[in-house]
Design a protein around this ligand. Sequence first.
Ligand code: ZN
Length: 52
Amino acid sequence: MASTKAEDDLKSPTCPFCHGTDTEIISLFGSQVMTMQCKCRACGSFYEASKY
Ligand SMILES: [Zn+2]
């Protein structure tokens, strides 16, 4: 939580399943501190992506 980077700057990462860019961030914290939970609107898959 020491990051000074604005969360608004985070972009939803590309879907690892269909490589679609129509994704949304579900939670800024996944199973690990440095991951976040995302969902792909294109294929409906949930996945975790690294913030860094
Ligand atoms: Zn997808």
